[in-house]
Every structure is written in structure tokens, then in C-alpha cells.
Design a protein around this ligand. Structure first.
Ligand code: ADP
Ligand code: ADP
Length: 226
């Protein structure tokens, strides 16, 4: 479904990605694993159209996502993104989750229902009227996840979604990743520096090392010595 075709990214003289090739299959959980600075954020930002590759192409359903600027909006609408630092606006939880729906011309009562369902899914039913900035880090990250999911994306991208969270919140987010994939069939790509998290959650793993996928495979394939 997502095809990375020799994707390179330079920042000035620094090569961060040096020809990443691989593919993410529809309906799977794919983990991008690598140490800090390996280029995980950079790769996810390229998929999310927040940046452009220096060379190579990223195709979704066969379409080069960076080639056709006119398709930008429709491609972004297929994707939800959750960042490492929980990004919430200084408004109510409901407003935070509804923000992506407002642009789609959904009606008021329809929006309310969708937001309630999304908050229910992430275990925050009844939190709608609270100020998002007063929540804990784990709760904020679940608000961010509800915002990404309320648009019913085909692909959910998560950039080190649990890196700054306490263990209980990590477990909640991990449980949500598994449930979203299983119950909604959402294709999920997440990054982590924690290989055990990759092993716990992912159907397949790409190990990002020296700017390329040094290995791609199931956790068993990647973590079992030959
Ligand atoms: P990771 O997510 O694996 O920790 P990043 O993708 O954040 O890695 O960063 C990889 C490298 O690219 C780092 O050395 C970082 O400093 C550099 N980098 C990322 N974004 C930029 C940018 N916009 N300009 C210059 N260097 C960048
Ligand atoms: P992360 O931990 O998610 O990689 P960072 O705190 O490293 O985030 O980076 C935050 C933002 O700054 C990202 O959008 C990244 O692309 C950008 N960035 C990272 N490193 C550099 C850099 N050396 N120069 C400019 N921008 C950078």
C-alpha cells in the first residue's frame, strides 16, 4: 500500500536518508525501528507530506504522493499523524478532536457524534469539555490519537508516540494501536527506538540504520540471528 522507492533526504550536506526501500502492506502494523537520529521522524514526515524527498519516491496505492501537488489534500486526508510531543491546542478536548472534521463540511450533530465516538475509543469519554492543556501527557497523547482517528484515516502514522509517556500511558497507547488495527483495519506505521515495542506490536519491522533499511521482516525474522 505504501511503497518507499529509494527515498533519500539531505539537509544541506547531511544525508539523513540514503535510499530507503521497502513497502508497508495494507492492514498491517509496521514499525520503523532505529536509534535516536537515525531518521525515523524524517521518514514519517515525508510520508505525511510535511517534507519532500531529495531523491526517490513514496507511492501510496501506486500514486507518487509528492509528484502531484493538486492531490496533496486528498492524500493528506487518507492519513492521520500522531507526533512524539503530544500536540494539543489550548481549547477544549472536543475542539481539539473536531478540528479535522470542520474542514469537511460535516454537520454539527454529526461532528458531535464522531467526536464522542473517538473519545470513547481512546478511553476519554466525558472529557470533552475539559481544557486539553490541563490533561496529563498520556491523556493529551490520547486526545491527539482521537484527533487523528476521527477522520477515519486509511493510514495512521505515529512518530515515537510513547517516547515521553509514563508506563501506564505507554500500555494504553500500545493497546489502542493493536485495537485500532484489528477492529478498524487501519494500516499503522509507527516509529520507536524500543525494539521490544516493535516486537510487541508490529507485524513487520524496518530497521533504519545508516540511512537505509538494514533489515525488513517480521519480528521473528529481524530479531533471530541467522
Ligand atoms: P530520529 O527521528 O530517528 O531521531 P530524525 O529524523 O529526527 O531522527 O533526525 C535525523 C537527523 O536529521 C538528525 O541528525 C537531525 O538533526 C537531522 N534533521 C532532522 N530534521 C532536520 C532539519 N529540518 N534540518 C536539518 N537537520 C535535520
Ligand atoms: P524528534 O525528537 O521527533 O526527532 P526533534 O526535537 O529532534 O524531534 O525535532 C523537532 C523538529 O525540528 C522536527 O520537525 C525536526 O524535523 C526539526 N529538526 C530536528 N533537527 C534539526 C536540525 N538539526 N535543524 C533544523 N531542524 C531540525
Amino acid at each position: 500500500m505504501i511503497e518507499l522507492d529509494s527515498v533519500s533526504k539531505n539537509f544541506g550536506d547531511t544525508t539523513v536518508l540514503a535510499g530507503v526501500t521497502g513497502q508497508v502492506n495494507r492492514g498491517e502494523i509496521f514499525a520503523v525501528i532505529g536509534p535516536s537520529g537515525a531518521g525515523k521522524s524524517t521518514l514519517l514526515r515525508l510520508i505525511d507530506l510535511l517534507d519532500t524527498p531529495t531523491e526517490g519516491a513514496i507511492r501510496i496505492n501506486g500514486l507518487d504522493i509528492h509528484a502531484d501537488k493538486g492531490r496533496r489534500l486528498s492524500i493528506r486526508r487518507m492519513m492521520g499523524m500522531v507526533f512524539q510531543k503530544p500536540a494539543v491546542f489550548n481549547t477544549t478536548v472536543t475542539e481539539n478532536v473536531a478540528v479535522g472534521l470542520r474542514f469537511r463540511g460535516a454537520g454539527r450533530s454529526e461532528i458531535r457524534k464522531m467526536v464522542e465516538d473517538a473519545l470513547d475509543m481512546v478511553g476519554l469519554a466525558g472529557y470533552g469539555d475539559r481544557k486539553a492543556r490541563t490533561l496529563s501527557g498520556g491523556e493529551m497523547q490520547r486526545v491527539a490519537l482521537a484527533r487523528a482517528m476521527v477522520i477515519e484515516p486509511e493510514v495512521l502514522l505515529m512518530d515515537e508516540p510513547t517516547a515521553n509517556l509514563d508506563p501506564v500511558s505507554v500500555a494504553m497507547i500500545e493497546d489502542l494501536v493493536v485495537r485500532i488495527n484489528r477492529d478498524l483495519g487501519t494500516t499503522i506505521v509507527f516509529s520507536t527506538h524500543d525494539m521490544y515495542q516493535g516486537q510487541r506490536l508490529a507485524h513487520r519491522i524496518g530497521v533504519l540504520m545508516d540511512g537505509v533499511f538494514s533489515q525488513v521482516g517480521t519480528p521473528r525474522e529481524v530479531f533471530t540471528l541467522p
